[in-house]
Design a protein around this ligand. Structure first.
Ligand SMILES: Cc1cc2nc3c(=O)[nH]c(=O)nc-3n(C[C@H](O)[C@H](O)[C@H](O)COP(=O)(O)OP(=O)(O)OC[C@H]3O[C@@H](n4cnc5c(N)ncnc54)[C@H](O)[C@@H]3O)c2cc1C
Length: 303
């Protein structure tokens, strides 16, 4: 049990299990965990974290769809945005979304209001904050293409900035954002779209995913970034790795860039399988695959 200023702050829990909060459904506990409901609440928690005085690291968790949390947990403060950070607002063609808003909800909100462009988000099970940080995309679009700007708080210096896509340095599954920065809100442009047409588009996207991705499994989407002009899944498949397994995690027979977990799986299994695939692919084809998924906390062995 960890004690101190943080433990006394509103809503802060200690040794809080994170396994249920990621799409992989494994991993350890956060030393401290809080669901912040408003800017005032977030500010108060960060003051307590500074008073704690021993350099407590901060990690902001979205919907946990792109992370592997260590089996040993996270030895810092995990912040999740709720309440005020889950709000959506439409002003003309501009939609403002809190950092905690789920991407499928954002897509459907726009569609219901006759606004198009963000339909591709319907198939990405992350949050607005996660999408900005990862420049999430698919179906020929990405976050950068529709983002006007994002409001970002740096928890180290306490400064808030409003940055556009260029200032965020958004490129393929990349942004300039570091672990201490929290996307509080993002504004997106949209276009006129008949709600029925938007609904059809989203249905097509969902059907495509059902056909091409291993649905109904525990996974975190694409494990590796696609190298320029190629597909990580094809490269892994060509290296003869489809079906390869480490403990409770295996490479999907359906799509070789998805690593699927069974109920016995551990975070270390994913870590080890990623390391093995990188080594084998490098040996066989000279390509150094770069992980898209993020490993949180400590892991044994080289990755
Ligand atoms: C079945 C499946 C399909 C997927 N398909 C796609 C796809 O088509 N395209 C694609 O790009 N991705 C895809 N993903 C991956 C994932 O959904 C995206 O990367 C998504 O943007 C991650 O958002 P999240 O909220 O889940 O982030 P998390 O997994 O919680 O975190 C990922 C990173 O974002 C950071 N982060 C989260 N919220 C914030 C915030 N508010 N402020 C600052 N940083 C934050 C975290 O600190 C972490 O570094 C898929 C995942 C799954 C499971």
């Amino acid at each position: 049990m960890t004690v101190g200023a943080l433990t006394a702050a509103k809503g802060v829990r200690t040794d809080h299990p994170l396994s249920g909060m990621t799409t992989y459904k494994f991993g350890g506990a956060a030393a401290w965990y809080v669901e912040v409901e408003s800017m005032e609440h977030l500010d108060a928690v960060l003051v307590a974290r500074n008073e704690q005085g021993d350099g407590v690291p901060v990690f902001v968790l979205g919907r946990g769809s792109n992370v592997v949390v260590s089996d040993a947990g996270y030895p810092g403060l995990v912040i999740k945005l709720t309440g005020r950070f889950n709000q959506l607002e439409l002003n003309g063609s501009i939609v403002s979304a809190g950092g905690g808003v789920s991407l499928p909800r954002l897509a459907r909100f726009c569609a219901n209001h006759g606004r198009g462009g963000l339909e591709f988000f319907v198939g990405i099970p992350g949050s607005v904050g996660g999408a900005v940080t990862m420049n999430a995309g698919g179906h020929g679009a990405d976050t950068a293409a529709w983002l006007i700007d994002a409001t970002v708080l740096d928890t180290e210096c306490g400064e808030t900035v409003v940055d556009d896509a260029a200032a965020l340095d958004l490129s393929y599954r990349h942004s300039r954002l570091g672990p201490s920065e929290i996307v509080l809100e993002a504004r997106f442009r949209t276009v006129d779209r008949d709600p029925a047409e938007a609904e059809d588009l989203m249905r097509e996207i969902t059907a495509w995913r059902r056909q091409h991705q291993p649905g109904g499994t525990f996974n975190a989407g694409s494990v590796f970034k696609n190298p320029p002009g190629d597909a990580a899944g094809r490269i892994i498949d060509d290296a003869g790795l489809k079906g390869r397994r480490c403990g409770g995690v295996s490479i999907s027979e359906h799509h070789a860039n998805f690593f699927v977990a069974d109920k016995s799986a551990t975070a270390q299994d994913v870590h080890d399988l990623v390391a093995e695939v990188r080594r084998t692919v490098l040996d066989k084809s000279g390509v150094d695959l770069q992980p898209e998924i993020r490993f949180i906390g400590d892991f044994g062995g080289a990755s």
